[in-house]
Write a protein that binds this ligand. Structure first.
Ligand code: SAH
Length: 200
């Protein structure tokens, strides 16, 4: 899988090493383990999916460009895979998921990996995680039509936020904060499940 990521253009060695370390087959349903290293999204139950390896690597690589991830917040923890990869690259990771049942699965998937700098929370990620803010890095694994204001507000003064924006055709939007200035740049085309509100 890592060789393929290299061929697809992922260059950041820290990211490639993290992708090589986290066993993706432990995050998918047992019957799908044989496909775990293919470059595709797979179902993880409750109509949600584990993201495609290339997209996980690409998003983390964009956020790493020229800097450290520092304290990171992930919105949409799902099965916990990307949070695990992030925990090897960032100093601390908080991952928020709105579906309690999925979060329970993520906890089970993550337990054997013993990642001491990763914390999971059930909550509506459109509100961010005020009790742990500010964050140097915020990564959103679900797409909506707009950027939730709480996420911008919870960025550290030089923080970065990466979020898929759009409905059918989504594109990654990178927001770089410099004090009170928020610089936006559009990146790769992507396809994520919808960013919803509330918890279930
Ligand atoms: N990060 C996962 C991908 C999960 S798919 C991986 O590593 O593969 C996106 C997840 O976002 C879904 O589990 C969905 O329930 C969750 N989600 C959608 N809206 C949310 C919100 N407002 N707050 C938190 N999680 C949300």
């Amino acid at each position: 899988m890592v060789e393929r990521l290299r061929e697809q253009g992922i260059r950041d060695e820290k990211v490639l090493a993290a992708m090589a370390t986290i066993p993706r087959h432990q995050f998918v349903e047992k019957g799908l383990a044989f496909s775990a290293y293919d470059d595709c999204a797979l179902p993880i139950g409750l109509q949600q999916t584990i993201s495609q390896p290339f997209v996980v690597a690409r998003m983390i690589e964009i956020l790493c460009e020229g800097r450290h991830l520092g304290r990171a917040l992930e919105i949409g923890a799902g099965c916990g895979y990307q949070a695990a990869v992030l925990s090897l690259v960032a100093s601390e990771v908080y991952a928020v998921e709105r579906l309690r049942a999925l979060l329970d699965r993520a906890r089970e998937n993550l337990r054997p990996l013993r990642l001491p700098n990763l914390r999971l929370k059930c909550g509506d990620g459109t509100q961010g995680l005020p009790e742990a803010a500010p964050f140097d890095t915020i990564i959103v694994a679900a797409g909506g039509m707009s950027v939730p204001p709480a996420l911008k507000n919870q960025l550290a003064p030089d923080g970065r936020l990466l979020i898929p924006v759009g409905e059918a055709d989504q594109q990654l939007l990178l927001i770089e904060r410099q004090g009170n200035v928020f610089r936006e740049s559009w990146r790769d085309a992507v396809r994520f499940v919808p960013l919803l509100t509330g918890t279930e």
